[in-house]
Design a protein around this ligand. Structure first.
Ligand code: 6PG
Length: 237
């Protein structure tokens, strides 16, 4: 796992955007299939991307998917799609047809199946027959969850039948649709974007412990893993 530490959340966000732009420039004829996580951490990145890197990004070669979604309508402040749409996607030249949201307003089980089929249809598959995203961007919660896979729901990490399943936030009961191990461990590149003092424990688990939480398990077992973090989350760096 490669670690890219920076002094602040903003510097980390800038570095991550530049990293993605550079990776796309290295393969100028390739269409990139990217899956984004939600939560609060990526919001600053989305805002910076729209305002400072609009002209530098090959939007027409991006296909946008989500790692997970809260089961709420798109106009709910909790919506991962709604957040990314408002901060970034509504401000850059990317065609609607290339944006594939998880529909949080649908029945969770039905949506998990529907979205699994969407991803199977639009994302190139590896030899194993599972969708292989070019880049998956993950966050991690203070409790070590990632991709809406919370502690106690680790069975989703070994779920290899469907790329998406339902889960739930154990702290408020909110239903979620999220990526399972089937797609997480099949990605070409997996990038963690984790910043802030509250994430010190999960960063320690990822960098220096065993498979003590879902985020650490994914970091230790996925291929081509990169960690973009800041010194408040990773003071030892
Ligand atoms: C979600 C995310 C989730 C997120 C972590 C970190 O829908 O909540 O996809 O996995 O990455 O909860 O969230 P914060 O950035 O808000 O700490």
């Amino acid at each position: 796992m490669k670690i890219y530490p920076h002094h602040t959340n903003a510097e980390t966000a800038h570095a991550l955007i530049r990293h993605i732009i550079r990776l796309m420039e290295e393969q100028p004829d390739k269409i990139f299939h990217l899956a984004f996580s939600g939560g609060t951490t990526p919001s600053l990145m989305f805002d910076l991307w729209a305002n400072e890197y609009r002209a530098d990004t090959a939007w027409k070669r991006m296909r946008i998917f989500w790692v997970d979604e809260r089961c709420v309508p798109a106009d709910d402040s909790d919506s991962n799609y709604g957040t990314m749409h408002n901060l970034l996607l509504s401000k850059v030249p990317i065609a609607e047809e290339y944006i594939h949201p998880i529909c949080g307003a649908n029945d969770p089980q039905a949506e998990a199946l529907r979205y699994s089929n969407v991803v199977r249809n639009y994302v190139p598959r590896s030899a194993k027959g599972m969708p292989a995203f070019d880049m998956i961007l993950l966050g991690a919660g203070d409790d070590g969850h990632t991709a809406s896979i919370f502690p106690g729901q680790e069975y989703l990490l070994s779920s290899l039948l469907h790329p998406y399943e339902t889960s739930f936030n154990p702290y408020n009961g909110q239903q979620r649709v999220g990526m399972t191990g089937a797609a997480l461990f099949n990605a070409q590149r997996l990038i963690f974007f984790i910043t802030g003092k509250s994430k010190q424990r999960v960063i320690h688990d990822i960098v220096a412990s065993g498979d003590t939480c879902p985020a650490a398990f994914v970091a230790h077992h996925a291929r081509n893993v990169e960690l973009f973090t800041d010194t408040s989350a990773c003071p030892s760096e």
